[in-house]
Design a protein around this ligand. Structure first.
Ligand code: FAD
Length: 597
């Protein structure tokens, strides 16, 4: 029977070498053991993370759930014809052992992927790639355990929908559902290298004076990698930290003509090119830059290393600094390739004010003239950080100031509650974060229509160069996913207008509500943190008053509740604080609230 170990140190299961513990940990060696595990309380009642060799993971904190690891081993040939040898490998096999197995049998296909850390299971999730070859070029079938049906399923290469360091296993609601048990590969018995088209491999034939064997290619690749990349056994890292950005050709030309004629670029489809993230980081002056124990590797700036005593937060801070500096120099937003792992939610309260903010212009009341910094209320908005994502709820008209206050490095997506100006007035200021990509926006159909009217200049067929670029995702009142993170819209009434609040894990953000139906209230059960609007004492037709907000909090009974969308008539922070019951607080601008997920 598989043992579930409590409070397990899993540092040695990662390549960053940053100390980290899992609340629960289990390693299984067969489907039968995995099936038994999937029925355990620890599996059913916790967030579950399946890891491989931990070479693409950055733990930002100890993992509060169950970490699983596969010890399914074995590599064997199972079918053969003149042109193809089919081999199957257990998910728990080291990738390098699989490559060596192929080289020993003169089976071609994976020689360019020599010396990549990690395990066979993750090669299919990640679609590992190097020197012009990707795992997708050789993967035949991926055999998985489906955690929903508890059955074994097989996916063909096409069904895996592989992309650049991507596969369907990373997509939205599928993320985390399938555990790879085995991967079968299509290899060639002719022993002829798959590709010599990339970088230094191009000259290998000339240097050797003959056509190279796959063993020679693998040796060459290994030597180059050793000279450029840190060895995980000596220096902690997760390999390439950022993806190479794919940008419109006009972006590339602007950089090239702006004094950087040597910018490396590779064709990546119609009208777009792939730029070298390493080159961008280098030119942004980040090589060798250190933050705490984290450092940009001096031999390869695409890699962040643990230079000694780094924490997950050090690495994240440094990664943010890289993103800022590259954007400053090239107006390009780098996106991490590494999987950020956490089990909590960090909420930064960007604004807590009503539609006019506090102080209100021209008002001399005791709240508007208060010296207490907590009485300076910008328009309501929050930034939610979890699962490696930064989500903005409502770009308020004060967004620019809010982002400056925070030295905000990036935003991955924006959720919109409704289209009243105090919740969308900052849309144009999202421009720097759109950069080379369209900013994903999640919103109701009516809000989308409104914004198309009001921001028509952004949606024209030939927009003015430099306008913000958005990808509008119209949602209805059903859960949706961003990079596998489940977001639950909660429909509330703002007077007569239906608008959305959002629930993410055990956190919910409700603003501008005056009524929540019984059905929607069910979505707000078992919350750790609720942020909810409480305009003032005097009733308002479209907002909860203080008493109504208190009733709603009592009804929903979250562990903690915070009041927002407070107008000056709500009173000072200190006054509100003295009136609220235990577990309830007025929120204030800049406040950081932590919630479980
Ligand atoms: C020095 C160095 C160099 C690197 N060079 C390259 C390179 O050239 N090319 C490249 O593509 N990558 C490279 N990487 C990144 C990394 O090696 C790959 O992404 C690798 O595939 C990760 O494998 P892993 O087993 O360590 O997976 P992990 O990092 O443990 O996990 C990666 C993802 O796969 C999931 N996962 C792992 N195993 C399973 C399973 N059995 N079932 C379901 N999900 C699973 C995890 O949940 C996670 O989402 C490098 C890393 C380092 C440290």
């Amino acid at each position: 029977m598989v043992e579930i170990i409590e409070n397990k140190d899993i540092t040695s299961f990662t390549t960053f070498g940053i100390p980290v513990k899992a609340r629960y940990f289990a390693e299984y060696s067969s489907e039968r053991e995995l099936l038994a595990l999937s029925r355990k309380e620890e599996f059913l009642n916790n967030e579950v993370l399946h890891i491989g060799g931990g070479s693409n993971l950055l733990f930002l904190e100890d993992f509060g759930g169950l970490v699983l690891h596969s010890a399914i081993k074995g590599i064997k040939e199972y079918r053969k014809d003149d042109e193809t040898v089919y081999a199957i490998a257990g998910a728990g096999e080291k990738w390098t052992d699989f490559v060596d197995w192929c080289l020993e049998r003169n089976l071609a296909g994976v020689e360019n992927l020599a010396h990549i850390p990690g395990e066979v299971g993750a090669s299919a999730i990640q679609n590992v790639g190097a020197y012009g070859v990707e795992a997708k070029d050789v993967i035949h079938v991926v055999e998985c355990f489906d955690t929903q049906t508890r059955k074994t399923v097989r996916f063909s290469n096409e069904e895996c929908r592989f992309g650049y360091r991507d596969s369907m296993f990373k997509k939205d609601d599928v993320r985390g559902r399938y555990y790879v048990l085995r991967v079968s590969f299509r290899l060639r018995p002719d022993g002829i290298p798959m590709s010599l088209d990339y970088g230094p491999l191009k000259s290998l034939k000339e240097r050797l004076g003959k056509y190279p064997t796959i063993q020679e290619v693998a040796r060459e690749v290994t030597n180059i990698r050793k000279s450029k990349l840190p060895e995980p056994s000596e220096t902690g890292s997760a390999g390439s930290f950022f993806k190479n950005p794919v940008v419109p050709v006009h972006f590339y030309k602007k950089i090239k003509n702006g004094g950087f004629g040597d910018v490396p670029a590779y064709p990546a489809g119609e009208g777009v090119v792939k730029l070298s993230a390493a080159w961008l980081i280098d030119k942004a002056g980040m090589k060798g830059v250190r933050f705490g124990g984290a450092m940009v590797y001096d031999r390869q700036p695409l890699v962040i290393v643990n230079a000694g005593g780094a924490s997950g937060r050090d690495v994240k801070e440094l990664s943010d600094e890289i993103i800022r500096r590259v954007r400053t120099k090239f107006y390009i937003t780098l996106k991490p390739e590494v999987n950020f792992i956490d089990t909590g939610i960090k909420i930064t309260v960007l604004g807590t004010g009503g539609s006019k903010g506090t102080p209100e212009l021209g008002c001399e009341c005791h709240v508007c003239t208060s010296d207490d910094i907590r009485d300076k209320r910008l328009r309501s908005s929050v930034l939610v950080e979890t699962a490696g994502l930064r989500l903005l709820i409502d770009p308020s008209p004060d967004f620019r100031q809010q982002a400056l206050n925070l030295r905000l490095a990036d935003i991955d997506a924006v959720l919109v509650t409704h289209s009243h100006y105090d919740h969308v007035g900052g849309f144009d200021d999202l421009r720097p974060f759109c950069g080379n990509e369209n900013m994903p926006i999640y919103l109701r159909a009516d809000v989308n229509a409104d914004l198309h009217r009001r921001l028509d200049y952004c949606f024209r067929e030939h927009p003015y160069p430099g306008v913000p670029t958005f990808k509008m995702n119209v949602i209805d009142n059903k859960p949706f996913y961003i990079n596998g993170l489940k977001i639950v819209p909660v429909e509330v009434m703002h007077g007569k207008l239906p608008i959305y609040g959002y629930r993410i894990g055990k956190f919910a953000y409700i603003t501008d509500a005056s009524h929540i139906s019984e059905e929607e209230k069910e979505k707000l059960e078992n919350l750790d943190v609720l942020i909810i609007n409480s305009l003032r004492d005097k009733p308002h037709f479209a907002h909860f008053s203080f008493d109504q907000a208190m009733d709603m909090i009592r009804d929903l009974s979250p562990n903690r509740a915070y009041l927002t969308h407070l107008c000056h008539e709500a009173g000072c922070h200190a006054e509100l604080e003295s009136r609220v019951p235990a577990g309830v607080s007025p929120a204030y601008d800049g406040q950081i609230i932590l919630s479980t997920r």
